[in-house]
Design a protein around this ligand. Sequence first.
Ligand code: ZN
Ligand code: ZN
Length: 406
Amino acid sequence: MSKVICFLFLLIPSVFFSQLMRIGIFSRDKINRVNVSYSESSYSIFADSTYIGEINKNDFAEIQQVENDKLKLYVGVLEIGVFSSVKLVQNLSAGNMTLTIKNSDIKPRKYTGDFYFSTGKNGIKIINQVHLEDYIAAVVESEGGVGHHLEYYKAQAVMSRTYALKSKNRHSKDGFDLCDQVHCQAYHYKWRFSNSILTAVKSTQNEVLIDQKLHLVEGFFHANCGGQTSEPDLIWNESIPYLKTFKDTFCIFTKQAKWEKRIEKSKWVDFFQKKYFVSPQDTVFNSQQFNFKQDSRLAFFVDPRYGIPLRDIRDAFQLKSTLFSCSDDGEYVKLSGKGYGHGVGLCQEGAMKMAKSNFSYQQILKYYFEGTKIINLKSIIDVSINDLKTTEPVTFETYFTNSNGE
Ligand SMILES: [Zn+2]
Ligand SMILES: [Zn+2]
């Protein structure tokens, strides 16, 4: 096999070949009893790798955590035994299972794919093994909501797929690829999706965003950048060439464009004095701590020499963003802020507005990730040696001029 083809294969995450994702579901909840019921498919049950039987229509099973980190399995009302793990394997490729968490106010959720139950430090651990594209549809809806333009959903689908493949080792120590929370990507499975989400996922199938070095991009996104995107080094002390700060004019009149919050002055002052040891006699700081102005994004509060990152203030006071200014409001300091989220990468409300204004998803992604390219991972697999008539090292340009890689 040519060196070039080998090189291109290195770009493809192994999960892509299997097309399966392992997602930790209910990952923030403490679960000690879960009921599973069939509705549109049949499932085989395995306990500690032993085949137990089927769950068919109108059947249910229940899994309870018992002492010594074991699971007690019931099928219907019949107690089957105590095991270390339970696996439910879907017999048809379509269909779904309803998971109901007992002794909890969590609403029942429907999922497709297979399920693995074991015990962890927070009770029963549940992993949903699901096809990549089913996972992406659920993420697009969970992260983007309903009722948006098709081109926005396509952009979100490419971003979420890129993120999933790039970050697939994020929870390897927990035994799965990604969790179902915003820590990774929100994944609240719903069996029936809107047609526009299904169309967006299907029409962008296998498409991901890559950078100039042919690596998957860091697929960051956020609700609203407040009119100026953020550089990753302001947030995570890491610089990424295709994620530069720029003025975003598409999101400034949208839902999350502005926010306000009042904080008691005593709490505000205490935070800087106790956590950052700012002297109460520091006249420069005292004069500015209630009158800080931020017209374009800054990294530090008042002055970098005080070493107070705005991201720390955001975390401590649970602010929507770091892009805020302060004003004196009697007993309070009033924060007037813009945007919602860290501001890095794709601005969702800006992307929604662009889609409504007839921009394509390719244009949207190019706007937020300058110098990147959408590729179809399947086309890399299909590319033949004859398509790449070069023995030179492959670069961004040679790949796209020698293959049908757009
Ligand atoms: Zn996570
Ligand atoms: Zn924006």
